[in-house]
Design a binder for this molecule. Structure first.
Ligand SMILES: [Zn+2]
Ligand SMILES: [Zn+2]
Length: 349
């Protein structure tokens, strides 16, 4: 098993263990309704986190079939390219300039057209839109977002939902753990210490004087607190940044890789005083359902597979957006994806 996966599992175990040692047991959470509810929610979150993590690791993100042919390409075109790269093994798709020049010389097509029908010389097949070759997985990945060492897998077309759910439940765990540790820490600071007994008595809990069954002066407990506040909780909260980006990708239907393309297209559109619409952005609801499915209950579970095939993608033109249909001049934009766009030549990638 990958070292980082073991690390994540150890971290999670430590978080759960800390909550029991520092909170649940000493404050007797198992003896009141609030405590029991909290324990249930906390462990439900941990189970969902582990399940999503497992699914993100084991789910195949999706690879294009070797025989897949884009529109306008024939089996002959594919064989031509396969043979060419067999004869020229030093040429790879990573050497993009040389690669495009070579493809033009083979098929006689312009660079723009070649970009539409990219070919992977390593996997020997055409690449659908949004597909990229991962050098770690050594395969082409449908709708590749990035290769994530924490799951030892690419996040892509089929495991994007599991990955986002894993981040979501990690963020929830971070919030739950840190909030309760902070409250408990504050509570403990307001107790009186009996050094001789080496125990802490509750004097601030509505008149009760019952002893807390662990000792704040115990180095073991102190180390657990320090570990939690200095290391574990910041790590969990650090996931929040990644989660935020993934939500933006999800609701606007782009990936880490497409981020740069979208950004540069937006810049050029601004410079030319044109409206811009990212070609795969179908509106946040449709974008969300494309990845998370239709079932509301299923949204919270890392189950199900996308209904689309990941090989062909619906592209949206600015004119297609229902709320912008009145003024033709205003609707002239930089439209990606569609081959018939009048103003989109520059961005017809
Ligand atoms: Zn490939
Ligand atoms: Zn990968």
């Amino acid at each position: 098993m990958n070292f980082l996966i073991v690390f994540v599992l150890c971290l999670l175990s430590l978080v759960v263990y800390s909550q029991w040692i520092l909170i649940f047991e000493p404050l007797e959470f198992n003896k009141n309704l609030f405590g029991l509810t909290y324990i249930t929610i906390f462990h439900l979150d941990v189970i969902l986190l582990l399940y999503s993590y497992y699914k993100a690791i084991v789910t195949n993100p999706g690879h294009p079939p070797v025989e897949w042919l884009p529109d306008g390409k024939s089996k002959e075109d594919l064989n031509k390219l396969v043979d060419h790269y067999k004869l020229n093994p030093t040429l790879t798709t990573r050497n993009s300039n040389k690669y495009y020049q070579q493809q033009i010389s083979i098929t006689g097509q312009s660079p723009q057209q070649q970009k539409e029908h990219r070919f992977c010389s390593v996997c020997s097949h055409f690449k659908p839109h949004r597909t990229y070759h991962c050098r770690y997985c050594n395969k082409c990945i449908l709708k590749q977002d990035h290769h994530c060492p924490w799951i030892d897998n690419c996040t892509g077309f089929r495991n994007q939902k599991s990955f986002i759910l894993f981040l979501l439940y990690t963020v929830i765990l971070g919030v739950l753990a840190s909030t309760l540790l902070a409250i408990t820490g504050f509570y403990i600071l307001n107790t009186n210490m009996d050094l001789k007994e080496n125990k802490y008595k509750r004097t601030s809990s509505g008149g009760g004087t019952g002893e807390i069954t662990y000792r704040i002066g115990d180095p073991y407990v102190t180390i657990l607190y320090i570990l939690n506040f200095a290391f574990i909780i910041p790590s969990l909260m650090g996931v929040f940044g990644l989660f935020y980006y993934q939500l933006d990708f999800l609701f606007h239907n782009y990936t880490s890789i497409e981020r740069f393309e979208r950004k540069s297209e937006t810049k050029v559109a601004k410079r030319n005083n044109l409206k811009y619409h990212w070609r795969y952005d179908r509106g946040w609801k449709k974008n969300f359902r494309e990845v998370f499915g239709e079932s509301r209950l299923g949204w919270f579970l890392p189950i199900g597979t996308p209904k689309i095939d990941g090989l062909t993608w619906v592209t949206v033109r600015l004119e297609d957006l229902s709320d912008q249909s009145s003024d033709d001049d205003d609707n002239r934009g930089l439209l990606g994806g569609g081959s018939s766009s009048g103003r989109g030549d520059v961005f017809n990638v």
